[in-house]
Design a protein around this ligand. Structure first.
Ligand code: HDE
Length: 695
């Protein structure tokens, strides 16, 4: 299934055309004398031996003059660039954006005018806290950064899967990040926020309360990048040809719906498959199941914004969709994996300051700080002001100016003129007053000061709104999230302070967390900067209230044994295909699996390497009752049941269920499928989980 990388001079993937040779050390390697494809140094010098360093005699000292070996090792020594200080672990793919229609009333942005035009995009998803080598399913915010290669320059929408942020002013960002990163003395814990330094910082920073509710919710453990919403977070402006401005908030909605893992799954997946999310995205794209998102805006005027109970410049606030509904703009499809992770995903440089005509900024203080930070970080990460020349960052429209030279300059500008104005050469680039980027002429006045607007002071109302807009299972998960994280904090004052904040959010929430911690009645008394009030609940904030009843894009695991019922297997494949879902087979051993008709299939997994946490719904249909004596199989079933999954089973599973203490037909989600009929199974699986299953 893997796509062969592009061939060419460095052609990997193709069978070498030359001879296979056994080297002096017994190694097998290929030789090739074709000048088009043979191995060379970076200077193009053909290499005769890539296995052995130059020595004096077979056992003698190595020679410094071996420029072939030194060039190879030196290059290797410099293979890494600094990883991103945040969002280091990420995964990207190419695709396109198509506008549904012309949005010229709203914006003059070129990529939002012509429905027939596909604008190329590159999208990178990421976790925030962990290093590049950390695991995918950490409880964390996910980044969702999209670079649109428009005909009027690159536009970067650098967003997250949560619509608010921890802090209101960029000045606090280094402290926030230092607090969540591993402690500097001991360098742990990695890739998680369940520790004293994080909860101490956020407990002292009440503006983070709304974000904390989101981060303790299911949003922070997404099932898949393909099943994640995305948000621009800040308020931006759109400007039309007449120069009229509308305030907007950006939203990405996944076509598959928004789904999450449960915490115990996330924990187990991090061991079973640390690459769970990247593998999922890569596999879906390779198999032609291209993920898709709808881009929408909430569009409103300055006058409307002035009427809201919150300040739209405050990045800790959402504009409830019940107040301003979404206006769909177009769709993004990711249809091509990268050819090279480093060249593309690692070197892509997103900057919120990469704007295009028709889109403009607001005074959100966090956004303003980001405008500085990202360009600055690219200089240190990519090492040169010419990072825009790296193919993944280069605009796909004409680009001309008089910026010159610098490290790793790859362009060769011609002519004697590198300045403007000039009257020496009419062919040099000139400004375009009408077509060029124009900043909206917002009126600004005031004294210079370091302060926070009073309108940013209410830190609890929207946290309460979020909690009260959740379905009961989502609320339970939030309680579990807080209890887990605070339970990992060793300092009592860190816990009691947070319980005090939670009390201001919602008393029931605070009591439930305190109860789980075994600390009832121990909340600190906290005086809020502004008294919270009740807003009408916003069902649009709940993932499950609006989840599509579908298993499209989901994965069904079929656990079976040699002699597996071929009819049932084929019927499951057919059913899954009709629902755009995937099936993967798990057998006790890795080798080919014999089926009931004597044919063989290659199972995707062997049992001890593929716990049921890797699948959205499971079918257990062995050929006999041998699984009952395999502890991996017992745990497989127990976990699937505990994670509220839909479980299909056949007649050979009675003793396995007894061992796992799961009752066959325990609820509507434990379905017999011996006859190979999957209608009831699919109907249940479309609920995502059996929410009312008590475990
Ligand atoms: Fe970032 N952020 N950020 N951030 N951010 C970075 O830029 C920063 C913030 C986001 O896939 C860094 O190239 C500051 C909000 C994403 O390459 C850095 C502040 C949101 C990515 C940086 C914020 C984001 C980054 C690290 C507070 C959601 C990954 C490496 C003012 C709207 C992009 C890099 C990718 C990456 C700074 C807050 C999203 C250091 C100073 C709010 C998706 O420049």
């Amino acid at each position: 299934m893997a796509k062969q990388p592009a061939g060419g001079k460095q052609g990997a993937g193709k069978q070498a055309s030359g001879k296979t040779t056994v080297g002096a050390g017994g190694e097998l390697h290929q030789t090739n004398s074709d000048p088009e494809t043979r191995l060379t140094t970076n200077q193009g010098v053909p290499v005769s031996d890539d296995q052995n360093t130059l020595t004096v005699g077979p056992r003698g000292p190595q020679l410094l003059e071996d420029f072939v070996m030194r060039e190879k090792i030196t290059h290797f020594d410099h293979e890494r660039i600094p990883e991103r200080v945040v969002h280091a672990r990420g995964y990207g793919a190419h695709g396109y954006f198509e506008t549904y229609k012309s949005h010229s009333k709203l914006t003059r942005a070129a990529f939002l005018q012509d429905p027939g035009v596909r604008t190329p995009v590159f999208c990178r998803f990421s976790t925030v806290a962990g290093r590049a080598g950390s695991f995918d399913t950490a409880r964390d915010v996910r980044g969702m950064a999209v670079k649109f290669y428009t005909t009027e320059g690159n536009y970067d929408l650098v967003g997250n899967n949560i619509p608010v942020f921890f802090i209101q002013d960029a000045m606090k960002f280094p402290d926030l990040v230092h607090s969540v990163k591993p402690a500097p003395d001991r360098d742990f814990p990695q890739a998680q926020s369940a520790h004293d330094s994080f909860w101490d910082f956020v407990g002292l920073t009440p503006e983070s309360m709304h974000m904390l509710l989101w981060v303790m919710s299911d949003r922070a453990i997404p099932r898949s990048f393909r099943m994640m919403e995305g948000f621009g977070v800040h308020t931006f402006r759109m400007i039309n040809k007449r120069g009229e401005a509308t305030l907007v908030k950006f939203h990405w909605r996944p076509k598959l719906g928004t789904f999450s893992l449960v915490w115990d799954e996330a924990v187990k997946i991090s061991g079973a498959d640390p690459d769970f999310h990247r593998r999922d995205l890569w596999t879906a794209i390779e198999s032609g199941d291209f993920p898709e998102w709808e881009l929408s805006v909430q569009a409103f005027t300055e006058e409307q914004a002035a009427e809201f109970d919150f300040d739209v410049l405050d990045p800790t606030k959402v504009v409830p969709e019940e107040l301003v509904p979404l206006t769909p703009l177009g769709r993004m499809v990711l249809d091509r994996n990268v050819d090279n992770f480093f060249a593309e995903t690692e070197q892509v440089a997103f900057c919120p300051s990469h704007m295009v005509p028709g889109i403009d900024l607001s005074n959100d203080p966090l956004l303003q700080g980001r405008l500085f930070s990202y360009l600055d970080t690219q200089l240190s990460r990519l090492g040169s002001p010419n990072f825009h020349q790296i193919p993944i960052n280069a605009p796909k429209c004409p680009m001309h100016n008089f910026q010159r030279d610098g490290h790793m300059q790859t362009m060769v500008p011609t002519g004697r003129v590198s300045n403007e104005p000039n009257s020496l050469d009419d062919g040099t680039p000139r400004e375009d007053p009408a077509g060029g980027f124009q900043t909206f002429p917002a009126q600004e006045a005031g004294s210079k000061m370091r302060t926070r607007p009073e309108s940013f002071a209410d830190h609890y109302t929207q946290a309460r709104l979020f909690y009260r807009s959740m379905t009961p299972p989502e609320q339970e998960h939030i309680v579990g999230g807080f209890a887990f994280e605070l339970g990992k904090c060793q300092l009592t004052r860190v816990r009691t302070r947070m319980l005090g904040h939670l009390k201001l959010v919602d008393k029931e929430l605070a009591d439930a967390v305190a109860d789980k911690l075994g600390m009832p009645g121990q909340a600190d008394k906290i005086k809020p900067a502004a008294e919270p009030f009740d807003m009408p609940p916003s069902p649009a904030l709940s993932q499950y209230a609006k989840a599509p009843k579908s298993i499209a894009g989901k994965k069904i695991g079929l656990l079976t044994t040699p002699g597996a019922d071929v009819k049932l297997y084929k019927s499951l494949l057919k059913t899954a295909k009709a629902e755009s879902a995937m099936v993967e087979v798990i057998a006790p051993k890795a080798g080919p699996l014999e089926m009931s008709d004597g044919s063989t299939i290659q199972p995707e997994h062997f049992l001890s390497g593929a716990p049921s946490v890797l699948f959205d719904a499971v079918v257990i249909a062995p050929a006999d009752d041998s699984l009952a004596s395999d502890p991996n199989a017992v745990n497989w079933l127990r976990d699937a049941f505990a994670h509220q999954k839909v479980i299909g089973y056949n007649a050979n599973t009675e003793s396995l269920f007894a061992k796992a203490a799961v009752e066959q037909g325990a609820d509507a989600g434990v379905v017999e499928v011996t006859d190979g009929k999957f209608e009831a199974f699919v109907t249940q699986a479309k609920k995502h989980r059996i929410w009312d299953r008590v475990v």
